[in-house]
Write a protein that binds this ligand. Structure first.
Ligand code: SAM
Length: 282
């Protein structure tokens, strides 16, 4: 029996225009059109302490692209569970994976009604993509759903994505939560995460704490900036995949530019407050 974990987003925000939603705020930061005034107000509040906040969203989305491409191409993964899929964007997980392997399967999971409506219409565009409405912080709800059981073969490697999601999980038992997912995956599976990051330098910690303060007290209600040690908790029993040759196996998005080549400009302050990692189940 799955234990119940704590996150404000486990109660979906609905379509109430007076309440901000994580998916719509993120959509606004990416320059999308599926957001309300209240969502744009959250971003405006964050911008007062972090003017480059849109770059936080883009560095996250770019990581998703790289991670899915890497897992499909170099990791030979042919089935993905994309937890917290968000609103459809130009490059969604199935488009990235199916460019490498036409038969790659993707199960998208989200609990936001706007995402569910758009996701069912736009993300399930072929027989290999499906959408599940479930709470990603209740692993058994996801793993036990009909579509996951029907379309994911747990005897073959799975790519589990928690990209831009776990910072909305507020309790400190994230290790148990992720262990439930990892235990269900066969050897050779991968987990990719990205997360708001406190780099623990005086300058960047102060910025991370300010952004956290705004997110948590905004109508969106969550957004934790965790340290490297705290993030390691989300990868129980996994071997971290190092970035490409010549780069250090650092967690910061800054060092995960594989396989796109070198950075073309220095990272700004806000981009330094985001971390990502890919782990492989031995
Ligand atoms: N993964 C995408 C990406 O990185 O581009 C979207 C990230 S978006 C910031 C986070 C998504 O997680 C939102 O669509 C939100 O609705 C979803 N989410 C947050 N908490 C959730 C929960 N408890 N259950 C299901 N989905 C959740």
């Amino acid at each position: 029996m799955s234990k119940t974990y704590a996150a404000p987003s486990s109660i979906p925000v609905g379509v109430d225009p007076s309440r901000a939603s994580i998916a719509r705020v993120y959509d606004a930061a990416l320059g999308g059109k599926d957001n309300y005034e209240i969502d744009r107000e959250v971003l405006a509040q964050v911008r007062t302490v972090a003017p480059e906040v849109n770059d936080l969203a883009w560095s996250n989305r770019n990581f998703l692209t790289r991670a899915v491409r890497f897992l499909t191409d170099q990791g030979a993964v042919r089935q993905f569970i994309d937890c917290g899929s968000g609103l459809p964007t130009a490059e969604n997980t199935h488009q990235i994976a199916q460019r490498v392997a036409k038969d790659a399967r993707v199960i998208y999971v989200d609990n936001d009604p706007v995402v569910i409506a758009h996701g069912e219409a736009l993300l399930t565009e072929n027989d290999y993509t499906h959408f599940v409405s479930a709470d990603i912080f209740r692993p058994q709800e996801v793993l036990g759903s009909d579509l996951v059981r029907r379309h994911i073969d747990f005897s073959k490697p799975v790519g589990l994505l928690q990209v831009g999601t776990l910072h909305h999980y507020t309790a400190d038992d994230g290790r148990d939560l992720m262990r439930e997912y990892v235990e269900a995956l066969p050897a050779g599976s991968f987990v990719a995460i990205s997360h708001f990051f406190d780099p623990e330098t005086p300058e960047h910690s102060a910025l991370a704490r300010k952004m956290e303060e705004v997110f948590v007290h905004s109508p969106m209600g969550s957004g934790m900036f965790r340290t490297r040690e705290q993030l390691a908790e989300f990868m129980p029993g996994l071997d971290l995949v190092p970035p490409g040759p010549g780069k250090t196996p650092d967690w910061e998005l800054s060092d995960l530019w594989w396989p796109d080549g070198p950075k073309l400009r220095p990272l700004n302050q806000v981009e330094r407050c985001s971390a990502a990692a890919v782990g492989r189940k031995p």
